[in-house]
Design a protein around this ligand. Sequence first.
Ligand SMILES: O=C(O)CCC(=O)C(=O)O
Ligand SMILES: [Fe+2]
Length: 309
Amino acid sequence: MTTIPSLDLSRFDSDPEAFVQEMGEAYQAWGFAGITNHGIDQSIIVNALRAAEKVFALPDETKKQYFKDNGGTRGYTPFGTEVAKNAEHVDLKEFWHVGREIDGEPPHKDLTPNVWPQEVPEFKIAMLALYSALDNLSRVLLRAFALFIGEDQHYFDDKVNYGNSILRPLHYPPILDPNLPNVRAGAHEDINLITLLVGSEQEGLEVLNKKGEWVGISMIEGTIICNVGDMLQRLTNHVLPSTTHRVVNPKGEAGKVSRFSIPFFVHPNPGTSLDALPQCVTEDNPKRYPPITSDEYLMERLREIGLIK
Ligand SMILES: O=C(O)CCC(=O)C(=O)O
Ligand SMILES: [Fe+2]
């Protein structure tokens, strides 16, 4: 196989056992797959993308009003803030973080209020619609992952319902200066349980395969990319691996335009144990890490990428 596998999610209904097996094998080999027939209407994705483009097109001074001293957890983060672990350069990107909306009193302190741009009122509506669609899709995918690792299909249900999952519309500006490094987002692994990625209409995302080669991922309209993050890797003692990926500048004219994409990072509820599941620890795959909770782990990782001090 020369690029990441594609999984038809409608088969989880029609032939669940075969689907779970295929899915598990795909993720063991790649850590990434394209999900088709996921049930999310393309208009929800397009509306979110168009609203994000409008927000990033606002003047810098306007956007910076929405850059809060909150470790970037909600609202806008300008260029040059985030650095991939061990990278030499800051990433060439700006982004906006949207969190879970709760009616009434939030169940824990991480669920802070969202920050919305006054200038583009449709941004809030479009982002909340996409947040809710991806949150629901992530529950379905986690049911299949749970079955693959030998748990009840509802294993994750009460571990992600109040998680501080984050929707991150991202803008990588055109690269016009030939002296700038060719990497828009440095090589990294995602910290969270799983990531769903929508929207990018431009090339540039690459994953590192098992042979150590960078493989480009073409975005096909209607396909949502889903990858395993470090928290699920840790919980499964690497049975489900988290795969290194990066975003490079496409060659030629394609690099001279902006790139927009919207990842959704699925986080567990605070206090969720990421200690390896017993069935994932074997003689051939001995336990790799000491126990840790999801919030302790997140703090450790956010410090490494410069989002908190
Ligand atoms: O822009 C993309 O396509 C991927 C972004 C990404 O990997 C991330 O933000 O973690
Ligand atoms: Fe990523």
